[in-house]
Structure formats: structure tokens, C-alpha cells
Design a protein around this ligand. Structure first.
Ligand code: 3HC
Ligand code: NAI
Length: 710
């Protein structure tokens, strides 16, 4: 129903409209889903501003977003294409130079170009739930429409550097404190209209942010070099935080127009970079992963109001915290009161550590702990909407747990397993309802790592898949649906990658050398530091399980087994590939292990050689790519971009490298294949190229083409 108090004037555009409420004109951006600043929106913004300025009845103007949010930024889909006029900087300066006061009214999120438009308005108000931010850094670019010049002028230089180099969102209350907005209003449009009317009554000035240089002048420019050093360090090879810093620094050292020019120049360089392409790829890949080709998007989901976890160990405790953090009551079942108390104690200690760092209030911690209930009896689980098993990684134990769950769980409950390698169908077969069984593979620490690999069994229903995808989002995870095979997608690909690391040790490398190359390339850590962190015994157990079925014609390195035989399981035993003295988590090289490796080469009859940085990088990365391609050709992963999401959100692969499959396309699949073939000839049959890579190269295609064709 149209609002009878609103006068609609003659002008209407499809995505931006102008209306008047008494003596205040309201410009509404209506470009679902997030009011991105597509070309037609930029044009509409100019047209409607002109309409408002020409409307003699309008004394002031309000700019607002329709639907769930203010403007969420530039239209990322237009990036990489030729610029279509009008350009955003021009739109913003037209608003800033408007001859009537313009008030931005923010709800949802004012992000990127959206906040930059708001900063071009003379005043800004927001509802209490509104948030503002300049997240461009996460797309490998910087705020390129004046954000790096205007934000420091309202929020101060240090706050602006923090927001722009990290991309963090700031809630309305904090934005008010910082001076980014001028008022928090109860109701969006009435509040903004009243604010605008008051400006007119008070004869308030047309306040242009570009002219507000008090805060930048108050900043001591001598601090800039030190802050830059910190930004460079935290960026770990990513260019955009540094570019963001340099642009904001221009707000301190240059006049406004020159600062804008400097911002444009840095923006252009970043936009054309591979890093930005990679980050944009990951942005869309994360959202694409939510779409499952054969599962209709409108499949009804089951309500998840209560959850339960079996096992309060390393994973169970973290998984329970995810539910409590999202306000969902969760029961945790253990085998004994002691094990339960220990598990709950670790959860409590985790929350307490967050409270002590000031990132959670005591009250919020108490509320979250209040949602977690320890139980010892399966009867207590009968009302749970989802039950996630996280007991020891042994098929027999899991089967017993699932047949018990089948007997107690209510009809329609989702029965999930956190197994990292075992066959979901074999687990599901122990129940009378395999369609309700799914793998929910969380990553350690489960309360921190964003990835959730959802494993689809042969009989898992659409409803259970949709419910699990939705639940993942509710508890703040990034879900990717994969098929049921040993190790699923992430861990399956990890195995040949780790094997290459171990083989290179025997051939001549040392752990710190391999880890160093990969870390400098951008990975959070190399394979040996990662093994020490995860626990070397975990993969030792898996190797033993697979020993009987592994190929006898290949050489199997034994260094890792020997380290485990010494009782060195990594960080938890203070020693693994490295030493961790005094409980430190920093790996320290151990000459004893280096000696062991040299001995292992001798025992294998291998003459140690210099292994180059290039070889370490290629053998590690191409092992991931080749196995990833096999996962794709077998249908275990739906898309190459899903694999990239898995690696960037679950395995510390730098998002600015776009994931292993994106890297393959960037390098050129033909070049990757040529190297894989060379490794196949020089090393062993582990390097047999995946058929899919050969087919794509023969057809002149990339993994991205393969995704698009599906
Ligand atoms: N451009 C184009 N499409 C966008 C978009 C944008 N800026 N932001 C979101 N979308 C699309 C998504 O791809 C998704 O499409 P799909 O349904 O086809 O998959 C749809 O909008 C909904 O997005 P989400 O699923 O992410 O919706 P949420 O409600 O979960 O989140 C959001 C909303 C917080 C706005 C989130 O989408 C987001 O963070 N968007 C990006 C914001 C951003 O980075 N803005 C800066 C852009 S760069 C810029 O402004 C440059 C300037 O400085 C010159
Ligand atoms: P853990 O050994 O830390 O914890 C297992 C817990 O389950 C213990 O507290 C144990 O008392 C309890 N338990 C065992 N049998 C039980 C039963 N019948 N009923 C109730 N409780 C029982 O193991 P972790 O590391 O938490 O692993 C659990 C599962 O998660 C395994 O399947 C593992 O493969 C998987 N996983 C582990 C990851 C890791 O990094 N640790 C990562 C991803 C998945």
C-alpha cells in the first residue's frame, strides 16, 4: 500500500526514486538485494538529486536505501569492465556540492562506496542496528571514491587507518562516538526527515566533509612511518592494507584534491592486481558454494532450536560453543562425569580467555555458558533438532553411537557426524533413517575456523542438506557441500601435499626450509608446523589404517613415523618436527630431527641435493591442484571455486592467492600440466596428471570455464 502521507512527484526511475514528505525530499535507492551502486543507480542518484534540488517545496533532502540495507558498496560485478559513466567520485562530489542539506539515513550496512556516498552527504544518521565500514581492503582494493580522504576527516586518522586497513564494520553507537554519524535515530525515515527539518530550522550549514580538516591537522604526521611498519607486518604479503594505509596517509600530508588523486592512483594499481582478482574470486566463490545444483533453493528447511553434541573433546567443545554463540541451547553428552567436567572446563576457560582480552563481556559469557548443558544420558537428547557426533575417529564406536541415536532421536532430527575421514554411508547404514544423516566436518579450533565441510551421503535428503547449509550460516560458518570419499575434499587433497613435503625431506630439504617457503608465499603455516599443531599421531593412525592398501611400487617416507615412535606428537608433547620449549607455540629447529632426516636419506639410498624454492612451491601447490582436479572429475567437489573456498577458509591458504584452483588458472593450466608431467617423468607415479586437467588443457579451457559450464 502506498503511504498516503508521501507525495510522489512526477519523476520515477527503476532503481532510485524521489518522493517528498512535506518539506523534505526523500531519495530512495532500490536495487535489491544490497542496493549496490550499479551504473543505473549512479545515474539515478544524480537524476534524483537534480529533481530534489529543483523541487521548490523541498528544503532539505534525505538519502535512504530500500529493503534490508543502505548502499552496500560499488557493484563488484562491474569491476574489471570498462567504467560506465557517471563515475562514483563525480556522483559524490555532486552530492557534496548540493545547495540544500542532504542527510544520509543508514540502516543495515553502509559499506564501501555506500559509506563514501554517505560521507559525501552533509550529515549522517543511522538506526541503532546500522553498521558502517569500508571493507574494500578485503577485495584487494581501497575505498576509491574519497573514503580514504573523508573518513579520517570525520573519524580521525588512527580510527580511519584501523577501519580502512582491516575492513572492520563499526556499529552505529561507535560510529556516533567516532563522529562518522551525527545521530542515532529510532525510526529510519521519520528520524532522518525530522533531523533534516531541524537542520533547516536551525539554519545549519551545508557541512562538506572535504572542508573538515581539524582532525587530520591534529594528527602528528611523524607517527606515520611506525604505523606503516605495523600495517606491512600484519598484511603478510597482501598489498591492499598497505595501499589503504598509503592513501589515508595522503589525507594527512596532501591537500584534499591531491589526496583524492593519490587515492585514485593507488586504487588503479590495486584493482588491476592478481591479488584483487583472487579476493574478488573468493568473495563470489563463498556465495556460489551455497548453491547446490540439484537442491532447489526454496527447499523447506527444518527448524533448529535445540542442538546436541556427543563427545566433549577437542572438537565437541568447540562445536558446542558455536551453537551457544548463536543463542541456540546445546546439550553435550560424554561417557563419564569426569570427561564431561573436563570438556566443560575447557569451554569455560576458552570463554574466560576471550573475556580477559576484552572481546566478550562477563554477562555474555554467563549467558553462553547457560546455554550449554552437560549430560550423561542419551534420553536427554530426545528433543534435539540436530545431534552432532564428535567421538573418537573409530568406525565401530561411531556405529554404536549412531544406532543409539536412531533409537532416541525424535523423528526429523538431523543426525550428523564430525568424522574427518570415515565413510558417511557406512555410518548412516546403522540407522533406520539414512536420509537424515550428514557429515558436518568442522575444523580445529571449531569455534574459530570458519569452514564447515558438509558431507553428503548417498541417501542424505535435500531437506537435510538445505537445513545444514542454513544452520552453518546461522552459526557463522562458511559451508561447502562435498561428496563422501576418504578424507572428503580438504583432507584428501592435503595428503599428497604433505607427502610431497615428506618426500622432499628425504631428497634433501629440511622442515624449516619447506615451511619457510610456503609461509613466505602466504600460507598461514607449512606442512610440518601444521602437523605439529594438529598432532602427528592423528595422521600416523590414518597411515597405519591405510598401510595395507597402499601401493607397494611407490617409496613411502618414514620420517614422520619415526618421529611419532619417539613419542613426539607435536605441540601437545612439546616436540614433533620442531621443539616447543616451555609450552611455547613457536617452532624451534631441533638438530636431532635434522640428523634423523639425513639418516633417513642414507637409509633410503638417496643422495641429498639442494631443493630450490621453486621446486618446493610447485611440488606443494601442484599436488593440491592435481588432487583437487581428481575430486572435481569424480564429482566430490561441485566446482573448482568450492575447493578454493575450502582451502582459504579451512587450511590457511591466503585468500589473496585465491585458492589452489584459482592459482592453477592464473599460472595457466597448460604450464601446470607441463610441470606435473615433468614431475611424473622425474619422480614417481604420484604425479600422474588428473584426466580433467588434460582434458581442459586439450580444449584450451580453465577451471573457471569448467565451473561456468556446469
Ligand atoms: N556488488 C555486487 N553484488 C553484491 C555486492 C556488491 N557490492 N554485495 C553483495 N552482492 C551480492 C552477493 O554476491 C549475493 O549475490 P547472490 O545472491 O547472487 O549470490 C547477494 O548480493 C547477497 O549478498 P550476501 O549473500 O553477501 O548477503 P548478506 O545479507 O549475507 O550480506 C553484505 C550483505 C554485508 C552487504 C555482504 O553482501 C557484503 O559484505 N557485500 C560486499 C560489501 C563490500 O565489499 N562493499 C564494498 C564494495 S567495493 C567498493 O565499494 C569500491 C568503492 O570504494 C569505489
Ligand atoms: P578427542 O579425543 O579430543 O575427543 C573425543 C571425545 O569423545 C572424548 O572426550 C571422549 O571421551 C568422547 N567419547 C568417546 N566415545 C564416546 C562415546 N561413545 N560417547 C560419548 N563420548 C565419547 O577427539 P577430537 O579431536 O575432538 O575428534 C572428534 C572427532 O572429530 C573425530 O571423528 C575426529 O576425526 C574429528 N575431527 C577432529 C579434528 C581435530 O583437529 N582434532 C578436526 C576435524 C574433525
Amino acid at each position: 500500500m502506498p503511504d498516503p502521507t508521501v507525495e510522489v512527484t512526477s519523476f520515477m526511475s527503476t532503481s532510485v526514486r524521489y518522493e517528498r514528505q512535506g518539506d523534505v525530499g526523500v531519495i530512495t535507492v532500490d536495487n535489491p538485494p544490497v542496493n549496490a551502486l550499479s551504473q543505473h543507480v549512479r545515474q539515478g542518484l544524480l537524476d534524483c538529486l537534480a529533481e530534489g534540488l529543483a523541487d521548490d517545496e523541498a528544503k532539505a533532502l534525505v538519502l535512504v536505501g530500500a529493503g534490508r540495507t543502505f548502499i552496500a558498496g560499488a557493484d563488484i560485478r562491474e569491476f574489471g569492465k570498462p567504467l560506465a559513466e557517471p563515475d562514483l567520485n563525480g556522483v559524490i562530489s555532486t552530492y557534496e556540492n548540493a545547495t540544500k542539506p542532504v542527510v544520509a539515513a543508514i540502516h543495515g550496512t553502509a559499506l564501501g562506496g555506500g559509506l563514501e556516498v554517505a560521507l559525501g552527504c552533509h550529515y549522517r544518521v543511522a538506526v541503532a542496528q546500522g553498521k558502517v565500514g569500508l571493507p574494500e581492503v578485503k577485495l584487494g582494493i581501497l575505498p576509491g571514491a574519497g573514503g580514504t580522504q573523508r573518513l579520517p576527516r570525520v573519524a580521525g586518522v588512527e580510527a580511519a587507518i584501523d577501519m580502512i586497513t582491516t575492513g572492520k564494520f563499526v556499529p552505529a553507537g561507535k560510529a556516533l562516538q567516532l563522529g562518522i554519524i551525527d545521530a542515532v535515530v529510532d525510526e529510519l525515515i521519520p528520524g532522518a526527515v525530522a533531523f533534516a527539518r531541524k537542520l533547516v530550522e536551525d539554519g545549519a550549514p551545508l557541512r562538506r566533509v572535504r572542508d573538515m580538516d581539524e582532525k587530520v591537522k591534529a594528527f602528528d604526521a611523524a607517527k606515520l612511518p611506525e604505523i606503516r611498519k605495523q600495517v606491512v607486518k600484519a598484511a603478510r604479503g597482501q598489498m591492499s592494507p598497505v595501499g589503504c594505509f598509503d592513501a589515508v596517509a595522503g589525507a594527512v600530508t596532501l591537500p584534499f584534491d591531491e589526496g583524492l588523486k593519490n587515492e585514485r592512483e593507488i586504487f588503479g594499481g590495486l584493482m588491476a592486481s592478481d591479488q584483487s582478482k583472487a579476493l574478488r574470486h573468493i568473495f563470489f566463490a563463498e556465495r556460489e558454494a551455497l548453491k547446490i545444483p540439484d537442491v532447489p533453493g526454496d527447499t523447506p528447511t527444518l527448524p533448529i532450536r535445540q542442538a546436541a553434541i556427543i563427545g566433549a573433546g577437542t572438537m565437541g567443545g568447540g562445536i558446542a560453543m558455536n551453537f551457544a554463540n548463536a543463542g541456540i541451547p546445546v546439550k553435550v553428552l560424554e561417557m563419564s562425569a569426569d570427561a564431561l567436567e573436563r570438556g566443560l572446563g575447557i569451554i569455560r576457560a576458552n570463554y574466560a580467555a576471550t573475556v580477559s582480552k576484552g572481546r566478550l563481556t562477563q554477562d555474555a559469557m554467563d549467558k553462553r555458558m547457560g546455554l550449554i548443558e552437560g549430560v550423561l544420558d542419551y534420553d536427554a537428547l530426545k528433543d534435539a533438532d540436530i545431534i552432532i557426533e564428535a567421538v573418537f575417529e573409530e568406525m565401530d564406536i561411531k556405529k554404536k553411537v549412531f544406532s543409539t541415536l536412531d533409537a532416541v532421536a525424535k523423528p526429523g532430527a538431523v543426525l550428523a557426524s564430525n568424522t574427518s575421514t570415515l565413510d558417511i554411508d557406512e555410518i548412516a547404514a546403522t540407522t533406520s533413517r539414512p536420509e537424515f544423516v550428514i557429515g558436518t566436518h568442522f575444523f580445529s579450533p571449531a569455534n574459530v575456523m570458519p569452514l564447515l565441510e558438509l558431507v553428503r551421503g548417498a541417501k542424505t535428503s535435500y531437506q537435510v542438506i538445505s537445513t545444514s547449509m542454513k544452520l552453518a550460516k546461522t552459526i557463522g560458518k562458511v559451508p561447502v557441500l562435498v561428496g563422501n570419499c576418504d578424507g572428503f575434499v580438504g583432507n584428501r587433497m592435503l595428503e599428497p601435499y604433505v607427502q610431497q613435503g615428506e618426500l622432499m625431506l628425504v631428497e634433501g630439504a629440511l622442515p624449516a626450509q619447506v615451511d619457510g617457503v610456503l609461509q613466505r608465499w602466504g600460507l598461514a603455516m607449512g606442512p610440518f608446523t601444521m602437523g605439529d599443531m594438529a598432532g602427528l599421531d592423528v595422521s600416523w593412525r590414518i597411515r597405519k589404517r591405510r598401510a595395507a592398501t597402499r601401493r607397494n611400487d611407490l617409496f613411502w617416507p618414514t620420517v614422520s613415523d619415526q618421529i611419532c615412535e619417539m613419542g613426539r606428537f607435536g605441540q601437545k608433547t612439546k616436540a614433533g618436527y620442531y621443539l616447543y620449549e616451555g609450552g611455547s607455540r613457536t617452532p624451534v629447529t631441533d638438530p636431532k630431527i635434522e640428523q634423523l632426516i639425513v639418516e633417513a636419506s642414507k637409509a633410503a639410498g638417496v643422495e641429498r641435493r639442494e631443493i630450490s624454492e621453486d621446486e618446493i612451491l610447485k611440488r606443494s601447490l601442484y599436488a593440491l591442484i592435481n588432487e583437487g582436479a581428481k575430486c572435481l572429475e569424480e564429482g566430490m567437489a561441485i566446482r573448482a571455486s568450492d575447493i578454493d573456498v575450502i582451502y582459504c577458509f579451512g587450511y590457511g591458504f591466503p585468500a589473496w592467492r585465491g585458492g589452489p584452483m584459482f592459482q592453477a588458472d592464473l599460472i595457466g593450466l597448460d604450464k601446470v600440466l607441463a610441470d606435473i608431467k615433468q614431475f611424473h617423468a622425474d619422480l614417481d607415479d604420484r604425479w600422474k596428471p588428473a584426466k580433467l586437467i588434460e582434458t581442459l588443457v586439450a580444449e584450451g579451457k580453465s577451471f573457471a570455464d569448467y565451473d561456468r559450464s556446469r
